[in-house]
Design a protein. Structure first.
Length: 125
């Protein structure tokens, strides 16, 4: 699977969809999901939480390790993906579709987010 061209990416391997009505969707990339191994538990921020760009806002636990989840933007969490909480393997099987993690009303977006091509080159290096 290639990285969707209309998404932007953080160097911590999170993706960000284009915002609709100011709300963007956040998940982890296929590269990150493959590196983690089988995800068995996710801890997500709660609806109403304020997240900051580049700051931790949750955890992903796999059969190999526990990794922090970082928010690629600042804003207020408007929704969490309960399907992923109930079935963390969605992060591995469909990271860009049903494996999304949370939605955020964006208040600030850093300028250092990568395009799909930039992220592909970054993650290959």
């Amino acid at each position: 699977m290639s990285n969707p061209q209309d998404f932007r990416y953080s160097k911590e391997h999170e993706w960000l969809s284009a915002a609709e009505n100011g709300v963007a969707t956040v998940g982890i990339t296929e590269h990150a999901a493959n590196a983690l191994g089988d995800v068995v538990f996710v801890q997500l921020p709660e609806v109403g939480d304020t997240v900051s760009a580049g700051e931790t806002c949750g955890e992903l636990e796999s059969t190999k390790s526990v990794s922090d989840l970082y928010s690629p933007v600042a804003g207020e969490v408007t929704e969490v993906n309960q399907d992923v909480v109930d079935d963390p393997s969605l992060v591995n099987s469909v990271p860009f579709e049903g494996g999304w993690l949370f939605k955020v009303r964006v208040t600030d977006e850093p300028e250092d987010l990568l395009s799909a091509d930039e992220y592909t080159a970054f993650s290959a290096g």
